[in-house]
Ligand binder design. Structure first.
Ligand SMILES: [Zn+2]
Length: 262
């Protein structure tokens, strides 16, 4: 059943409140859009807190980003949303926010691409990291261009994340899955490092997608997700340990001395 524009406006208010309550945005960060039809996008405007929006706050833009309705100003990040709609005809909604743990990974230059949790492998495959681009300029979307057709959730280096879906709830839930995954991986890192699933288990999970009715875009992308065997000869299963720079220099010095070389 197709919703009315009013219902879509209420959906964005609801998702905005969730994004705000979850702490995925500070102040006026983030933006949410819905594709109303082939020519119009309903969008959150610039300068509003996503947790305190009213249905009449939103603007409507055309597919080039020109405002065609609404009293507020458009966000400078609208171009990113339009790029997603252009490259993905299956997508009807885009959610962009700065969820702190996933954004922490994006800021550390780390994609969320390890095969660690069944529901993430099935639902997202992995979340790649798009390179940094200045917000509000074409440089922001450029690193995302090769990734958007293949994935449903992206990290944006030193910035945040963007997720999209067949409706605004699916886009929101993808971000929720991504942030939850980032939190779990962070805890696993603190506890000595996550144990990555082996390839045959990853393949079984990817095969089960049809059984769960999941239409993830990442199917069959190499390295998405990264399985145990992809991590090197020891499959990443060998215990890792860390030394400081001075400890390493000390070990090398000792080895050289033992051989009479230092
Ligand atoms: Zn942003």
């Amino acid at each position: 059943m197709v919703k009315t524009e009013r219902e879509y406006r209420e959906d964005i208010c609801q998702i905005g409140r969730l994004v705000f309550q979850k702490g995925w945005v500070a102040a006026n960060d983030g933006n949410i859009t819905i594709r109303l039809d082939s020519e119009r996008i309903l969008a959150t405007p610039t300068g509003v807190c996503k947790g305190m929006m009213q249905p009449d706050d939103f603007i409507i833009v055309d597919m080039k980003g020109n405002k065609i309705h609404g009293r507020n100003e458009r966000t400078s990040e609208i171009a990113m949303h339009l790029t997603v709609y252009e490259l993905r005809p299956d997508i009807r909604a885009v959610v962009h926010a700065h969820p702190p743990v996933a954004t922490g990974f994006a800021t550390a230059g780390k994609p969320l691409n390890l095969a660690l949790l069944p529901e993430v492998v099935i639902g997202l495959g992995c979340v790649p990291l798009a390179g940094y681009g200045l917000p509000g300029t074409p440089a922001l979307t450029e690193p995302m261009l090769p990734l958007i057709p293949k994935y449903d959730a992206l990290l944006m280096a030193n910035h945040g994340a963007v997720c999209y879906g067949e409706d605004v709830f699916k886009a929101y839930f993808r971000m929720e899955t991504m942030e939850h995954f980032a939190r779990i991986q962070l805890v696993a890192e603190l506890l000595g490092g996550p144990k990555v699933l082996p390839r045959d288990e990853v393949d079984k999970l990817l095969d089960s997608r049809t059984r769960y009715g999941v239409k993830a875009k990442s199917s069959g992308e190499p390295g998405c997700p990264v399985a145990m065997e992809d991590l090197g000869a020891n499959g990443g299963g060998e215990e890792r340990f860390y030394v400081t720079r001075s400890e390493l220099i000390g070990l090398v010095d000792e080895a050289l001395k033992a051989r009479g070389l230092a």
